[in-house]
Ligand binder design. Structure first.
Ligand code: ZN
Length: 475
């Protein structure tokens, strides 16, 4: 084994391409070939040596563990090539620890980059800090520090500390030509990319920009409800977060074999029962949060049922999310928005089913004055949902033409009657009925689009060509 490793380490040679020609090969002084698959194994072997070296500290009577690490004999944690070492803030312990590290450096030739290394001390006098910084060449820093771009802290992060993350997302949004996306396009954007930041982006769906100016047509909570209750099923981050913390709770409950869980058991839970003990008052913010979630969970369900939230032995956040989410009544028309329609049609249909499209009567209720007559049939009738669907000659004409086209003998009624009729048909899953659903969503969408074109752009599309568009789309 050693022979193999030495073979890999000592036979490395390079050749360089200069002016299109390879130079003679020359021997490397140290290191493996670039991308040598041996590299991670060697790294692990070497770090194992460091680990063993540091573990011998506990046999030195003068060495003191960090107060929170003594129970687990913890001296260091490695994350890939990052190393955190900890001990009590006294000069002898620090010196002993650095001695061990320097010994490791001498043996392996691996030296810490002082520019990228820092000391964090807490609970000591300023004089002690000054002495440490004068004596060792390390920088003295304060928590939180960043690891993989995320601030690590023992306390709750402040909004200020989270701002870089928010800014990153904001910049992403600015890059997208979000203003040109339809409602359903923006919805897709939120669902796929931004769901973690979605509470922040509640306004984005409605206004297409980041400054809340327009009124939200439907409350964010409703958007986040499952589709079966007539909502859009966008993930609500507050509820998702609850479910995610449940996973930590589950890990502590099942005593998973991870260092952080052992640590919480050793330092806070001790011999008590995690399921019944009171929240340890001296615990850090994060641990207290987990206990809060435990209390919340126990108010709804018991630990005897915790396996219901698992899949293949792992806690499933998605399953817990359904628990965290408030329960809403199902709507009778859910089948209509589950059908296979064009997303932008579906979205407008969804708004209409909630009576949330901004017809003149709703605008007036908000104190916004506009010409009240119907622009579609040029009548003096006030533009309301009931008029548009289907008292208005324009939409009625389109809908009845399409029904005739399908050979349907159906008397067009009021909006609610149409919804009930279609829902009945939709529940019976014959292919003909899904065409009906598709056409209905299209009629609602095209009627609303035509109304907006006429009101805001002064452009008209005749009924005939609207019908032709719909029929072409349905193919
Ligand atoms: Zn009309």
């Amino acid at each position: 084994m050693v022979q193999w490793i030495m073979e890999c380490v000592t036979t490395v040679s390079y050749s360089i391409l200069i002016n299109g020609r390879l130079t003679n090969r020359f021997q490397a002084r140290k290191g493996l070939r670039q991308g040598d698959p041996m590299s991670p194994y060697l790294f692990v072997l070497v770090m194992e040596y460091l680990s063993r070296t540091l573990k011998t500290l506990k046999d030195i009577p003068d060495f003191n563990f960090h107060p929170r690490c003594a129970k687990l004999n913890l001296t260091h944690i490695c994350f890939a090539d990052d190393l955190i070492m900890c001990c009590r803030a006294d000069k002898i312990s620090i010196q002993l620890m650095l001695d061990k590290f320097n010994h490791f450096s001498k043996v392996t030739g691996l030296i810490a980059n002082l520019d990228k290394s820092s000391i964090y001390v807490a609970g000591v006098s300023q004089g002690f800090k000054d002495m440490i910084s004068a004596y060792y060449q390390f920088n003295i820093e304060a928590l939180p520090f960043k690891y993989l771009g995320v601030p690590l802290s023992s306390r709750k992060l402040t909004i200020q500390q989270c701002m870089p993350l928010v800014e990153k997302i904001t910049n992403k949004i600015k890059c997208w030509t979000s203003k040109f996306l339809s409602y359903s396009g923006r919805l897709q954007l939120i669902k796929s990319v931004l769901f973690e930041m979605q509470t922040y982006w509640g306004t984005f769906l409605w206004t297409g920009n980041q400054n809340p100016s327009k009124r939200a047509l439907i409350s964010w909570d409703k958007i986040c409800m499952p589709t079966s209750t007539g909502r859009l099923n966008v993930i609500n981050f507050l509820w998702w977060n609850k479910a995610a913390i449940c996973k930590l709770m589950w890990a502590i409950h099942t005593k998973k074999d991870a260092l952080w869980i052992k640590w919480i058991h050793a330092v806070y839970i001790k011999k008590q029962d995690f399921n019944t003990m009171s929240t340890p008052s001296q615990a850090c913010w994060l641990v207290r949060k987990v206990f809060d979630i435990r209390d919340w969970y126990l108010s709804i369900d018991s630990f005897a049922n915790i396996n219901n939230y698992c899949r293949k032995g792992q806690f499933n956040i998605q399953k817990a999310y359904t628990l965290a989410r408030p329960q809403f009544q199902k709507v009778h028309w859910k089948a209509l928005i589950l059908g296979s329609t064009i997303p932008r049609h579906n979205f407008i249909l969804w708004l209409a089913l909630y009576h949330r499209i901004t017809t003149v009567d709703r605008l007036e209720a908000w104190g916004i004055q506009v010409a009240s007559g119907c622009v579609l049939c040029s009548s003096e009738k006030i533009e309301t949902m009931a008029h548009l669907f289907f008292e208005c000659q324009y939409s009625r004409n389109i809908w009845s033409t399409l029904l005739n086209w399908l050979g349907e003998r159906h008397q067009i009624g009021l909006w609610e009657e149409e919804v009930v009729w279609l829902t009945k048909r939709a529940k019976n899953g014959r292919p003909r009925n899904s065409i009906l659903e598709f056409l209905f969503a299209a009629v609602v969408y095209h009627t609303w689009t035509e109304r907006n074109m006429r009101r805001f752009q002064g452009r008209k599309t005749e009924t005939k060509s609207r019908i032709r568009d719909i029929v072409l789309q349905s193919k």
